[in-house]
Design a protein around this ligand. Structure first.
Ligand SMILES: Cc1cc2nc3c(=O)[nH]c(=O)nc-3n(C[C@H](O)[C@H](O)[C@H](O)COP(=O)(O)OP(=O)(O)OC[C@H]3O[C@@H](n4cnc5c(N)ncnc54)[C@H](O)[C@@H]3O)c2cc1C
Length: 212
C-alpha cells in the first residue's frame, strides 16, 4: 500500500476529546477494530474509504523547537492503494475532526504528499510505500537479495543497511546494527572483539587507519 500524508501548521494543539490523546506523541485513529479492518482492506484492494485509519503525530507537544510559541505542528497519513493520486486531505481532516471537534479551525497552513510526490521525494517509496516494499515472511530475510549476508554488496568493503535490508522498514535501527556487525566481522575477522577495542591501543590505531 501507499500513503497519503498531510503536514499542518496549527494555531493550537489538536483538541482531542479523549484527554489521553493530548499526551501522546502518536495517535492511531481507528475507532473500532471493524473500521480499521475495513480501511486497511480497502487500501489493499485498490479502494478508497470515507473513514480511513489515520496515524497522527503531534511532535510539537513535546518539542518546542517545532513551532513558534503557542503554535503547533502535526502530520498524519492514511493508507491508500499503491500509486493512488487521489487527494485524501478532506477525509483525513474529517476523521480527526470526528475525535477532536474544532481541529479544522486551528489549521493555519498545510502541505500534502500523494504517493507520486512521496516517491519523488524519496525514490525508495515506490508507489507511496513508506516501508520500502512489502514486509512478508520472505522479504523479512531476503531483502534486497537472497544471499548468505544481505548486508554485503558485490563491491568488497561496501555494505548496505537501511530498510532495504533485514529486518526491513521501521524505526528500530536493527538494519544498521546488523550491517555494522557484518562489516566489523569481515574487516577485522577474528582478531578484534568488542572487548579488545576498549583495551588495546594497537587495535584502536588499526581501526582508525581503516576508517581513514
Ligand atoms: C510519514 C512516515 C511515517 C512513518 N511511521 C513509522 C512508524 O510509525 N513506525 C515505524 O516503525 N516506521 C515508520 N515509518 C517508516 C520508517 O521511518 C522507515 O522504514 C525508516 O526510516 C527507513 O529507514 P532507512 O534507514 O531505510 O531510511 P531513512 O530513515 O530514510 O534514512 C536514509 C538516510 O540516508 C540519507 N541519505 C539519502 N541519500 C543520501 C546520500 N546520497 N548521501 C548521504 N546520505 C543520504 C537520508 O538523508 C536519510 O537520513 C514511517 C515513514 C514515514 C515516511
Amino acid at each position: 500500500m501507499g500513503v497519503f500524508k498531510v503536514d499542518w501548521a496549527l494555531d493550537g494543539p489538536i483538541p482531542f476529546t479523549a484527554r489521553e490523546c493530548s499526551h501522546a506523541g502518536t495517535v492511531h485513529i481507528g475507532n473500532t477494530f471493524e473500521e480499521i479492518q475495513a480501511s486497511e482492506e480497502a487500501a489493499a484492494t485498490g479502494k478508497h474509504i470515507d473513514r480511513p485509519f489515520v496515524l497522527v503525530a503531534q511532535q510539537s507537544l513535546f518539542d518546542d523547537t517545532q513551532a513558534p510559541q503557542g503554535k503547533h505542528t502535526a502530520w498524519a497519513y492514511c493508507h491508500v492503494p499503491h500509486g493512488s493520486t487521489v487527494d485524501r486531505t478532506e477525509v483525513i481532516e474529517k476523521q480527526i475532526e470526528r475525535f477532536a471537534p474544532g481541529f479544522r479551525d486551528r489549521i493555519l497552513a498545510k502541505h500534502t504528499f500523494n504517493t507520486d510526490q512521496l516517491e519523488r521525494y524519496n525514490f525508495n517509496y515506490i508507489g507511496g510505500d513508506i516501508n520500502g516494499g512489502i514486509s512478508d515472511i520472505g522479504q523479512l530475510f531476503t531483502r534486497p537479495v537472497l544471499r548468505s549476508s544481505p548486508y554485503r554488496t558485490s563491491l568488497k568493503g561496501i555494505y548496505i543497511c537501511s530498510s532495504s535490508t533485514p529486518p526491513g522498514g521501521g524505526v528500530h535501527g536493527m538494519c544498521g546494527y546488523h550491517a555494522a556487525r557484518r562489516a566489523l566481522k569481515d574487516i577485522f575477522a577474528h582478531s578484534v572483539k568488542v572487548v579488545s577495542i576498549k583495551n588495546s591501543e594497537k587495535t584502536k590505531s588499526e581501526i582508525n587507519g581503516c576508517c581513514e
